[in-house]
Design a protein around this ligand. Structure first.
Ligand code: SF4
Length: 649
C-alpha cells in the first residue's frame, strides 16, 4: 500500500502568520489574549495555552491585556472597542480577509453587499461588520436571488464578495447565474488561493486514492470542505489526530491501494506527520504482526520521556526541520523553530548532516516511533547561564539582531533571545529599528528574569562604555604638537569645532590659516576634513585647543630669511586703527606703521593720509622674532629722501 500526502496540506500563510505573531507576543509579554480560538485545532491551542496564550470570548475579558485579532478578522466596532480597552491590539487578520474588508467598506451607503458564505462564521461576521451599507450572508443561490431581486426593485447596486474558504465550483456556478440574470452586480472573487489550491490538490489526490484521510479540527470549516470534496471520489475519513486511527481503517483496501492524506489550514505539520507514521505502522502491523511486536519491545526497552536531554545525530536536513537519529527505533524531528531562536536562520544554517547535537525531548510517541525535540531549549539554557555570568562580570556581549518587534529589537546571543528596548538601541526616534536587523551588535545585559526566561539588554550602554574608554585613553595619550585628521563639526564666529575622535577640539579663527581671516566660514564648511595640531589641552575641563596652520608653511620663517631691519619694502595697507596702520609685507606677515611713523608732518587722523588697499613704501625699523612683530616707518624713508636731497644741493 502507498501512503501519499497532498503537497498543499496543512497551515496556510494566514494561519502560520497569526500563530507566529501570537507566539512572539506571548514570549514578549508572558500572557496574551486571542479573541476566540486562534485556530480550530485543539492540539495547537493547547500548546499555545502552555505558552501563555489565553482565549477571550469578548473584548472586555481581555481588558488591560494585549489582544490578538485572529486571521478571520473582526468587525470595525469590535476593533474600535478592543483598541479602547486592551493594553495593546495586535492584528493578525489575514491580508486576504483584509482585502474583503476594504472592498465592502468602500461601498456607498445605498448599495447592497452580498457575502457568499456562512453567516455564522466569524470571518463572514467580521466582513459584515466592515460594510457601511446593507450586507447579507448567503449560502444558497435562492437566498442570493432574493437579495438581488429586492435590490433591483429598489434601483440600487450590489456587490458580491466570497468567504475566503467558500467552495470555488459553487461560486463559479452562482456567478454565472448572476451574470445571466442581473446586470447591476459587481462580483469580486475573494476566495483565497491557499484554500482553492489545497482543495484542488486534495481533489486530484482523492481521484487516485482508495482512501482519503482528511486531518483537521472538528470545527474547522475549511477542513470540512476538504472532506466533502474528497468524499465525492473515494472513501473519506475525517480525523483530528493520529490517535483516531485503528487497524479497521484498512478494511476494504488491498495491497496496491493508495491512501491519501490531506489537512485543513489549521492543521500543524507535525499532526500530519503523526497521521502518516501511524498509518505506516498500521500497514506494517497488518503485514507483519510479529515484526511490529519486536519493534514495540525494542521501543519499550529504550523509552524516551519528555524533558530528557539526549545526544542526537543529524541524518537529514530539510527546509523546515532536521531529522535526527537517537540510537533507538524512533525517528527524531527538530522543527526549524525548535532549532534556533533566529527567525532568519534556515535549518542548514544551524546544523549539517553528521552533526551530533544536544537536544531536549519535547514529545514522544512510542506507538508511532516519532520523537520531537528541541535544540534551542538546550542552547537557551546554556545561553542563560552564560548571560547571567556576563552580567555578573559586567561584560559586554555580542549578538545578531534577528527582528524588530514592537517597542524594540530582538538580539540572539548564545542561542538566547534578548530584548533591547527601542530607547536602548541607540537608534534615534526618527530612525528605523528595522535597519538594525541582521547586524551584529554589542550590548550590556541590564535585566534577567529567569522565571519568565526574559533578558533585557542595552546597546547604548555598551556603546557609552566603549566611548568612555576611548575618551580616557585619549586624555592619557594626548600631547602638544600631536597631529589629527579631523572633521569640522560646527562653525562659530570665534572658530570651528573639529571632531578628532573621542572629543571635539576648538580651532580659533586666527589658527585656521596663516593668512588674515574674516569669518571661519570663508575658510571651511561643516563636514570638511582638515589636519590639525594640538596647541594645548586641559583634561580637567575636557578642552583641546587646535591649530590648522601647517608649521612648514609658516610665513614668518620665510620673512626672517628674506628681510632684515633697514630694508625698504612695498606693503599694502590692510587695516587702520587709532594708533597706526597695518600693512601686509608678504601673505601672513603684517607690519605696523605707528601713527608717529606715517609722515614727517604731524598726523592726527590716519584715514586722511592712508587708505585700506593702498600700496606704500616703508622701511623696516624693527623685527621682534619672539612676538612675530614688524615695525615699519614711512617717515624714516621720507627723512632719508629729504637728507639726500639736501646733500645733493
Ligand atoms: Fe488567509 Fe487563506 Fe489562510 Fe484564510 S485560508 S487565513 S484567507 S491564507
Amino acid at each position: 500500500m502507498l501512503i501519499e500526502t497532498a503537497d498543499k496540506a496543512g497551515f496556510c500563510f494566514g494561519v502560520e502568520r497569526a500563530i507566529k505573531l501570537t507566539e512572539q507576543t506571548a514570549d514578549e509579554y508572558g500572557e496574551v489574549y486571542t479573541l476566540g480560538p486562534l485556530i480550530h485545532n485543539k492540539i495547537v491551542t493547547d500548546s499555545l495555552e502552555k505558552r501563555g496564550v489565553r482565549i477571550a470570548d469578548s473584548v472586555e475579558q481581555a481588558a488591560g491585556k494585549p489582544l490578538i485579532i485572529r486571521s478571520h478578522g473582526v468587525g470595525r466596532n469590535t476593533e474600535n472597542r478592543a483598541a479602547e480597552v486592551c493594553s495593546e491590539l495586535l492584528d493578525a487578520t489575514c491580508p486576504f480577509v483584509k482585502r474583503i474588508h476594504k472592498i465592502v467598506s468602500e461601498q456607498p451607503e445605498n448599495s447592497t453587499v452580498i457575502i457568499l458564505g456562512n453567516g455564522d462564521h466569524p470571518e463572514v461576521q467580521g466582513i459584515i461588520g466592515h460594510a457601511g451599507c446593507k450586507a447579507y450572508a448567503c449560502m444558497e443561490f435562492d437566498e442570493v436571488r432574493r437579495v438581488l431581486d429586492e435590490c433591483r426593485a429598489s434601483g440600487g447596486n450590489a456587490v458580491l464578495v466570497v468567504q475566503t474558504t467558500f467552495d470555488r465550483s459553487r461560486f463559479l456556478e452562482y456567478s454565472e447565474k448572476i451574470r445571466e440574470e442581473y446586470c447591476c452586480v459587481k462580483i469580486y472573487d475573494t476566495i483565497c488561493n491557499a484554500t482553492s489550491e489545497r482543495q484542488k490538490n486534495a481533489e486530484e489526490l482523492a481521484m487516485r486514492a482508495d482512501l482519503m484521510l482528511v486531518v483537521g479540527g472538528r470545527h474547522s470549516s475549511n477542513t470540512g470542505k476538504l472532506a466533502e470534496i474528497c468524499s465525492r471520489y473515494c472513501r473519506t475519513v475525517f480525523i483530528e489526530s493520529a490517535s483516531e486511527l485503528s487497524p479497521q481503517i484498512l478494511e476494504g483496501l488491498h495491497s496496491d491501494s493508495i491512501i491519501g492524506i490531506t489537512a485543513g489550514a489549521s492543521t500543524p505539520a507535525y499532526t500530519i506527520k503523526e497521521v502518516h507514521f501511524k498509518m505506516s505502522e498500521i500497514i506494517t502491523n497488518n503485514e507483519n504482526e510479529e515484526s511490529f511486536a519486536a519493534l514495540f519491545e525494542q521501543s519499550e526497552s529504550k523509552r524516551l520521556y519528555n524533558g530528557a536531554k539526549v545526544k542526537a545525530t543529524v541524518v537529514s536536513v530539510k527546509p523546515n526541520e532536521a531529522v535526527v537519529e537517537l540510537g533507538t527505533k524512533h525517528t527524531g524531528y527538530i522543527p526549524l523553530e525548535e532549532l534556533t531562536n533566529d527567525p532568519n536562520a534556515s535549518v542548514s544554517d544551524v546544523v549539517s548532516v553528521g552533526d551530533v547535537i544536544d537536544a531536549i525531548v519535547t514529545k514522544v510517541d512510542d506507538s508511532q516511533g516519532v520523537v520531537f525535540l528541541s535544540k534551542k531549549r538546550v542552547d537557551s539554557a546554556l545561553g542563560m547561564e552564560k548571560i547571567a555570568a556576563s552580567k555578573e562580570a559586567n561584560e559586554t556581549l555580542e549578538g545578531v539582531v534577528t527582528q524588530a518587534v514592537k517597542g524594540g529589537v530582538i538580539v540572539v546571543t548564545n542561542g538566547t533571545r534578548v530584548f533591547i528596548p527601542a530607547s536602548q538601541t541607540g537608534v534615534p526616534r526618527s530612525g528605523k529599528l528595522e535597519d538594525l536587523v541582521k547586524k551584529t551588535v554589542q550590548f550590556k545585559v541590564i535585566e534577567i528574569n529567569e522565571q519568565r526566561n526574559r533578558v533585557v539588554g542595552s546597546i547604548r550602554q555598551a556603546t557609552r562604555e566603549v566611548r568612555d574608554a576611548e575618551r580616557a585613553k585619549f586624555w592619557e595619550s594626548i600631547e602638544v604638537g600631536q597631529k589629527f585628521e579631523g572633521e569640522v563639526r560646527s562653525i562659530e564666529d570665534y572658530g570651528v569645532f573639529v571632531d578628532i575622535g573621542p572629543v571635539d577640539g576648538l580651532v580659533r579663527t586666527s589658527e585656521l590659516t596663516w593668512n588674515r581671516v574674516g569669518h571661519p566660514k570663508d575658510i571651511v564648511k561643516e563636514g570638511d576634513k582638515i589636519t590639525v595640531i594640538v596647541k594645548s589641552f586641559d583634561p580637567e575641563k575636557k578642552r583641546v585647543s587646535l591649530s590648522a596652520k601647517d608649521p612648514d608653511e609658516n610665513p614668518w620663517t620665510k620673512f626672517v630669511e628674506e628681510y632684515q631691519i633697514g630694508d625698504v619694502v612695498k606693503a599694502t595697507i590692510v587695516s587702520i586703527t587709532e594708533f597706526g596702520a597695518f600693512a601686509q609685507i608678504i601673505p601672513g606677515v603684517d607690519g605696523l606703521i605707528h601713527i608717529s611713523q606715517i609722515s614727517t608732518e604731524r598726523v592726527t587722523n590716519i584715514a586722511n593720509v592712508l587708505t585700506v588697499g593702498q600700496e606704500v613704501e616703508a622701511k623696516i625699523i624693527d623685527i621682534d622674532t619672539e612676538k612675530n612683530r614688524v615695525s615699519l616707518s614711512i617717515k624714516a624713508l621720507m627723512e632719508e629722501t629729504a637728507e639726500s636731497a639736501e646733500t645733493e644741493e
